[in-house]
Design a protein around this ligand. Sequence first.
Ligand code: ZN
Length: 169
Amino acid sequence: MIREVLTIGDELLTQISSPVQKHEFGTKELHAIITDLRDTQKAKTGVGLSAPQIGYLKRIFCIEYENSNPRYKDLIKEPQPFLVLINPVITPIGEETTLLEEGCLSVPNYRQKVMRAAKIKYSYYDYAGNFIEAVACDFLAKVLQHENDHLNGILLPLRVGDTDYIKQF
Ligand code: ZN
């Protein structure tokens, strides 16, 4: 179901989301949240959407994009198939950073450049509770870091002038 995307000023967007518990994996409730995330992200042509943005304070986000995404057409080099990440953990690899423009469905009509780790290791659980680890760089690394911020109640404007980002992990 397509949900309303909460926008800046909504208290829920500043909260720290809770981890998904073991007994919640593979349930109908979890599936419903994932379906809502996917439907809503597609409807808004986002490249990622986190559960708190649609009002669920759970550590879940999804990503998915085509090269032709109108919001980020010049930045996307490789398409990303639908992926849902549950209880993700992101760790920068090395000290290299990139400064690229970002937008956010929860901060309408706003863009800013944000310093992010250029390369990251990320781990997460899938819907069934399988543990997965991978490495990302470029646009994918940036999207993962942006969505992960939402799980910690951090919205894009809080990253203004944030050149010490890596040190904050
Ligand atoms: Zn966002």
